[in-house]
Design a protein around this ligand. Structure first.
Ligand code: EPZ
Length: 417
């Protein structure tokens, strides 16, 4: 297993190009199972999770070809309806095959994803919604057995906004008979990206991006030809790195509208944010101001930016109260940040971060994707050397991270552990 070695203290400067969004590309890849013919999806990031999704598409019978940053996918005949445990446990987003397989062939056998570092992450709301569409759902030896002669439109109200649940059901409803309404739907930009691609395939969807999405079922769909949106979480990660190192970085390819709450908090922390025609420029402050954040479903502060922002607050000029309301165990980065000298106390869902004058490099361990990013950012701003181990977590969601940071002036390299 590799590790990342960072010699901290350099200010980041220059330009960085954001890759395609992992959390948009994954549902888009699985949505190709809805229609025969050759689909083309571009701006797909080169990530471990994308490879896993491509493998799963192959297992169910799709032909998947990579052409640069594009995927060409032909799913003319579905040979298997099974998403096996050994694959689903490595990437829980595999449960997003449920909706397309049920809609396309009327059955699916998908392993329950099991637990995850950041929380239990059940899929009960996905399953409840699919039952509302007429599917029978049985649980057998850790697998979901789903069947439906023909899905029928329904009015579904989610107990809480769920990104994956909204995506799974929006996909399934495209080929259902009649109208489906998804209330209390997730409003994330990645849901809008998926809806736009489905509409391009001939689906009839309105309201994506609001908390009520209406899908008029159609008999069949055409292959997609679509370009994945930019990864707003990757972009936010580089913005925090610039803010934390007194840097001056233009993060290219991302729309400010996808990160409004996060950007307003970054401004409150003292960073200068300039919206440009080709991206967002972030100038780090001399003094980082401690601010409070509370993660919430979009358009609130993104839970996927909480760990990175906590690293910034470790060098704040006061005390920052960070509430994580989306996942029940998303503070795994705290113990590792403390090893770098951060002063953080956890009380349930709330972490209190007292800013310190400086951090000191040390060996630390990645535990999940965004926690890993938080440790890299903290290492960039720490004196001496930080070694981040178990960086396979990083490779799931950040394309060429160390190369992009090197180009911004960071002293960072990947080494065999
Ligand atoms: C998506 O996960 C993202 N992953 C996550 O990003 C992100 O953190 C999350 O949305 C929230 O924004 C992808 O898009 C591939 P949820 P998802 O369903 O869909 C509970 C990253 O770092 N819930 O919106 O799994 C759940 O436990 C990853 O890129 C149920 O209780 O998230 C959580 O507490 C991490 N029952 C809350 O809802 C359900 O059936 C939100 O989860 C579904 C969810």
């Amino acid at each position: 297993m590799d590790k990342i070695v960072i010699h901290g203290g350099n200010s980041l400067s220059g330009e960085v190009e954001v890759s395609g969004a992992k959390n948009a590309a994954l549902p888009l890849l699985f949505a190709t199972l809805l229609a025969p013919g050759k689909h083309r999806l571009c701006n797909v990031p080169a990530l471990r999770d994308i490879e896993t999704a491509a493998k799963l598409l192959g297992i169910v019978g799709a032909d998947v070809q990579r052409d640069g940053d594009c995927f060409e996918i032909t799913a003319d005949d579905i040979r298997s309806d099974e998403a096996p445990y050994d694959l689903v446990r490595t990437m829980r987003a595999s449960v997003l095959v449920l909706g397309p397989l049920l809609a396309r062939v009327g059955h699916a056998r998908v392993s329950l994803p099991g637990g995850c570092a950041i929380g239990a992450r059940p899929i009960n709301l996905h399953l409840k919604g699919l039952e509302a569409l007429g599917a029978t759902i049985d649980l057998d030896h850790g697998y979901v057995e789903a069947r439906a002669e023909k899905l029928r439109g329904a009015h579904i109200a989610f107990d809480m906004p769920t990104v994956g649940g909204t995506e799974n059901l929006m996909i399934a409803a495209c080929l259902a008979e009649g109208t489906t309404v998804l209330d209390n739907a997730a409003r994330e930009p990645e849901v809008i990206d998926l809806a736009n691609a489905l509409i391009g395939m001939g689906a009839k969807i309105t309201g994506a991006g609001t908390d009520s999405i209406v899908i008029e079922g159609v008999d069949s769909l055409q292959p997609m030809d679509y370009r994945v949106m930019a990864d707003r979480i990757e972009a936010g990660t580089y913005m925090v790195a610039a803010a934390m190192t007194r840097g001056d970085v233009l993060v290219k390819g991302v729309e400010a509208s996808a990160l409004e709450t996060f950007l307003s908090k970054l401004r409150e922390a003292g960073a200068v944010i300039e919206e440009k025609s080709d991206g967002i420029r972030v100038i780090g402050p001399e003094t980082i101001r401690s601010v409070n954040i509370k993660t919430q479903p979009h358009p609130g502060f993104p839970t996927d930016m909480q760990a990175q922002f906590m690293a910034l607050m470790a060098l704040g000029d006061g005390t920052s109260v960070i509430s994580e309301t989306v996942f029940e165990n998303r503070f795994m980065h705290v113990c590792e940040l403390q090893r770098l000298g951060a002063d953080i106390v956890i009380d349930g869902h709330v972490a209190t971060v007292r800013g310190v004058n400086g951090l000191c490099g040390a060996p630390v361990m990645a535990t999940d994707l965004r926690a890993s990013a938080s440790l890299v950012i903290a290492g960039l701003a720490s004196e001496n050397t930080t070694e981040v181990s178990r960086i396979y977590h990083l490779d799931r969601g950040y394309e060429k991270l160390e190369e992009k940071l090197q180009r911004l002036g960071a002293a960072i390299e990947r080494q065999p552990a």
